[in-house]
Design a protein around this ligand. Structure first.
Ligand SMILES: NC(=O)c1ccc[n+]([C@@H]2O[C@H](COP(=O)([O-])OP(=O)(O)OC[C@H]3O[C@@H](n4cnc5c(N)ncnc54)[C@H](O)[C@@H]3O)[C@@H](O)[C@H]2O)c1
Length: 339
C-alpha cells in the first residue's frame, strides 16, 4: 500500500482519550495529519473536528474505513469495541493504533490479532507509560545491566480520586482498568515475563465500589520467569495526588523514578518543609508520553519497522489481569499457565 505523506489518520471515538490523540495528531506529531473523526455521539466528533480544524467528521466509523485516502486509524472508542474495530480496520488495509486494553476476552483478542497478521498492517497498543521519559530511563538502566541482575520490582500506582460509580460498574474491575498499565510496566521494566501472580484486595476507599462488585485497594505480588519478584500497590484514592513511582532493585544497585510535580520548589518554615503535590492525573502526568507513543507509531508505519508495543504486548497484560482476578477470588497464587 502506498502511504500518504504526511500519514493521514482517522480517529475513531472522540471521548476523553480520543480528543487527546486527535489533538496530538493534528498539532504535535510531525509526519501525521488528522483527516476525519468518527463518534456515534456525533457532537463529540463535531466539536473536536471544529476545534482542531479537521475537515471531516461523522457518526459512523465506516466512513473512515472506506476512505482510501486514509492510511491509519487511532481506535479510541470504549474497550468493548476495540477487537471488532481492529479486525475491520485491518481488513480495510489501515494501520492501527489502538488504546488499551484490546478486550477482556482472549478469544476476541486472538481473532483481532489474526486479522492484523493476515492483512499485514501495523498494530500498536496504547501502553503509553513505556514512553514516559522517567520509566524509559529506568528500563534503559536495567537493560544496560546498570543495577546488575534485577531482584525486586516495586510499583506504586495510586489514583488521586475514584471515578464515578457508573464507570466502575462497566470498567471490568480494578485489575483490568487500572492495574493493567502496571502489569505492562512490570514486564517492560524487568525485561522478563511474569509467571505467577498473587493478589490481595480490599474496599477501603468507598463502600459503593464494593457494592458495584469491585475493590479499590490492592497489593499484587509477582514472580518473574528470570527469578525476580515484585509488588504493585494500587489505590483508587491518594489524597495527596496521583502517585506513580517505580523502583527496580538488583545485585548491582537500584534505580527508581519519583513523581513528577508542576514545579520543584520547596518552602521551608518552622512548621516543616513543603513542596508541590504530584501532577494531578494521567492526562497531565503522562501528556508527553502520549505524544511520543504516536510519533513512534508513525515512524514505524513509515519505515515498516515493528511497533514498540505489539499486539502480543497488548494480550499479555490482559492474561495477567485475569490471573490477578482469579487469585483475588480464590485467595491463592495463580500461575499464568492456568489462564
Ligand atoms: N492509555 C491510557 O492511559 C488511557 C486513558 C483513558 C482511557 N483509555 C482507554 O481509551 C478507551 C476510551 O476511554 P475514554 O476514557 O476516552 O472513554 P469515553 O467514554 O470518554 O470515550 C469513548 C468514546 O467512544 C465513542 N464510541 C463508542 N463506540 C464507538 C464506535 N463504534 N465508533 C466510534 N466511537 C465510538 C463513545 O461515543 C465515546 O465518545 C478505553 O478503552 C480506555 O481503556 C486509555
Amino acid at each position: 500500500m502506498t502511504l500518504s505523506s504526511p500519514l493521514r489518520f482517522g480517529v475513531i471515538g472522540a471521548g476523553r482519550i480520543g480528543k487527546l490523540h486527535a489533538e496530538n495528531l493534528a498539532t504535535r506529531v510531525p509526519g501525521a495529519c488528522l483527516a476525519r473523526i468518527a463518534d456515534p455521539l456525533v457532537a463529540n466528533a463535531r466539536e473536536t473536528a471544529a476545534r482542531l480544524r479537521v475537515p471531516a467528521f461523522s457518526a459512523d466509523y465506516h466512513e473512515i474505513l472506506s476512505d482510501p485516502s486514509i492510511d491509519a486509524v487511532a481506535i479510541c472508542s470504549s474497550t468493548d469495541t476495540h477487537a471488532c474495530l481492529i479486525a475491520e480496520a485491518a481488513r480495510a488495509g489501515k494501520h492501527i493504533f489502538c488504546e488499551k486494553p484490546i478486550a477482556y476476552d482472549l478469544a476476541k483478542i486472538d481473532e483481532a490479532l489474526c486479522a492484523v497478521r493476515e492483512a499485514g498492517v501495523q498494530l500498536q497498543i496504547g501502553f503509553n507509560r513505556r514512553f514516559d521519559a522517567n520509566f524509559r530511563r529506568v528500563r534503559a538502566v536495567v537493560a544496560e545491566g546498570g543495577i546488575g541482575e534485577p531482584q525486586i520490582l516495586r510499583i506504586t500506582s495510586r489514583d488521586p480520586a475514584p471515578p464515578p460509580i457508573e464507570y466502575i460498574r462497566v470498567s471490568g474491575g480494578i485489575f483490568f482498568d487500572m492495574t493493567i498499565h502496571d502489569f505492562d510496566m512490570a514486564r517492560f521494566l524487568v525485561g522478563s515475563e511474569v509467571s505467577e501472580i498473587f493478589a490481595a484486595g480490599a474496599v477501603r476507599v468507598d463502600p459503593r465500589i464494593g457494592e458495584a462488585g469491585d475493590i479499590d485497594t490492592a497489593v499484587i505480588t509477582l514472580r518473574f520467569e528470570n527469578g525476580a519478584i515484585g509488588t504493585i500497590d494500587n489505590s483508587r484514592q491518594a489524597v495527596y495526588g496521583y502517585d506513580q513511582r517505580v523502583e527496580v532493585f538488583g545485585s548491582g544497585g537500584m534505580v527508581s523514578a519519583q513523581n513528577n510535580t508542576p514545579d520543584n520548589v520547596t518552602c521551608s518554615s518552622a512548621a516543616g518543609i513543603q513542596s508541590a503535590r504530584p501532577l494531578y492525573f494521567f492526562l497531565e502526568r503522562y501528556a508527553e508520553s502520549f505524544v511520543t507513543e504516536m510519533k513512534e507509531f508513525v515512524a514505524c508505519v513509515q519505515s515498516g519497522a515493528q511497533p514498540p508495543v505489539t499486539g502480543e504486548d497488548g494480550r499479555i497484560p490482559v492474561r495477567m489481569a485475569m490471573a490477578a482476578a482469579r487469585s483475588y477470588r480464590e485467595n491463592r497464587p495463580v500461575h499464568l499457565s492456568e489462564i
